[in-house]
Design a protein around this ligand. Structure first.
Ligand code: NIG
Ligand code: FE
Length: 406
């Protein structure tokens, strides 16, 4: 066997094995190979194992100096494109107003929609680029990016075009999602808005392949289940994957709808109760938790521990956005999931790699296995657990995508 490149000096090579989401106790089954090596050819992994067992030839080699290697992280939930800021909301919240009250009064997400509408596509692109770079440096080699601050079909399309341009400018793999975020302020306009989304926006997004999935925010201050049902049905008819923002503040039937419609993931889940845990555990829908939101808004953390114990497949995302989670690090999201949601270090790594990949419908990433693209991280330390132990500093030393060091 001849490799283009052999990576040596790996203190621990850590990965989940086999495609498919890991549920419950399987989230703790990591494979750790000590004193390991990875052989790469044509950007893909052709061999992994103990360094002393490598018997092939390598055209070049890189010694990572007795450091741990893990798969590139997958951030399955971000809103990385926005303009303006939410510092006035932050002040209002630290003075006692709630996120929901600010939103109901026309601030919050609506404030960001106004600022985003006032920006040009070039401005949005230059604002978003360093955010993606920050996620990349924190270890995210694949990042989902949602629209949702556009509101009208034309501005939502413009946001998706910005994400497309962003994808061309970063080595990270970006997955664009069309997010139907907030309804018109007047309830009279809601039916017409939903019709426009289903008959104009979704068909155009599908035709131009501007998104791989459609997401909708189900919440008292956002969309109701009957509206979300129409949007998800339209998305499915147009062969787009579907997912939901749900159970963030209230339980109004979003999770049940998601499970019934077989969505890829239900995201947030801070208010999820015991019956819902069981329902998720019995389904193939990924439970995506977002600890940055609990930290920043001071709301209860999603029951990560209980979800795993019930047998669900949990993923973790940053939810990077200006209002509820200004968290620019995928590694920190995992570190917070251990502290706030009660995951073990092993579960957090699975939640941020293979399960996060499944939340995006990807079977070909999030693991270090022969045949997969060589996307991996060299950590600063020799023990991989520093990835989820470190707070504040960056535990990621090197990011490799398709066999190339960034
Ligand atoms: O995932 N909850 C809805 N959407 C985002 C927040 C967006 C914002 O506040 O700007 C979230 O928390
Ligand atoms: Fe979100």
């Amino acid at each position: 066997m001849t490799a283009d490149l052999l990576i040596t000096g790996i203190s621990q090579l850590v990965t989940a094995k086999g495609s498919g989401a890991k549920h419950g106790p399987a989230m703790r089954e990591l494979h750790v190979t000590e004193r390991a090596a990875i052989a790469i050819c044509n950007r893909g992994i052709i061999w992994t194992g103990k360094e002393r067992d490598w018997s092939g030839e390598a055209l070049a080699s890189v010694d990572v100096g007795d450091r741990a290697v893990v798969p590139g992280l997958i951030d399955p939930h971000t809103h990385a494109v926005w303009a303006g800021n939410r510092l006035a909301d932050f002040d209002a919240r630290t003075s006692g107003k709630t996120y929901e009250a600010i939103l109901a009064a026309g601030g919050g997400i609506r404030r960001t929609i106004r600022a985003t509408a006032a920006a040009t596509k070039d401005e949005l692109l230059s604002l978003a680029e360093p955010r993606i770079r920050a996620l990349l440096q924190s270890g995210a080699t694949t990042v989902e990016v949602k629209s949702g601050y556009g509101f009208t079909p034309a501005t939502e399309i413009a946001m998706l075009e910005v994400i497309q341009a962003l994808a061309a400018r970063t080595p990270a793999r970006l997955l664009p999602t069309l997010l139907i975020h907030i309804p018109p302020a007047s309830s009279e306009d809601r039916p017409r808005y939903i019709t426009e989304i289903c008959t104009e926006l979704i068909p155009e997004v599908a035709r131009r392949q501007l998104a791989t999935a459609v997401d909708i925010f189900v919440e008292k201050e956002a969309f109701h289940v009957d509206e979300a049902t129409l949007v998800l049905q339209s998305a499915k008819q147009h062969n787009l994957a579907v997912k939901l923002h749900t159970e963030q503040f209230q339980c109004i039937g979003g999770l049940e709808l998601g499970v019934r419609m077989g969505v890829l993931s239900v995201d947030h889940l801070e208010t999820c109760g015991p019956e819902q845990l069981a329902m998720l555990a019995a389904s193939s829908t990924i439970a995506t938790i977002l600890p940055g939101v609990s930290l920043h808004l001071g709301i209860p953390a999603a029951p990560g521990r209980q979800l795993v114990d019930a047998g669900a497949a949990v993923a973790v995302g940053t939810d990077l956005n200006p209002g509820s989670s200004p968290l620019f690090s995928a590694a920190a999201a995992l570190a917070l999931a251990v502290r706030l949601n009660g995951l073990t270090a092993q579960e957090a790594l699975v939640a941020g790699t293979v399960n996060a990949a499944c939340a995006l419908g990807l079977a070909d990433t999030g693991r270090l296995e022969v045949g997969l693209q060589a996307d991996f991280l060299v950590l600063e330390g020799s023990d991989w657990r520093e990835l989820v132990y470190t707070l504040g500093g960056n535990p990621v030393r090197e990011v490799w995508i398709r066999g190339e060091r960034l």
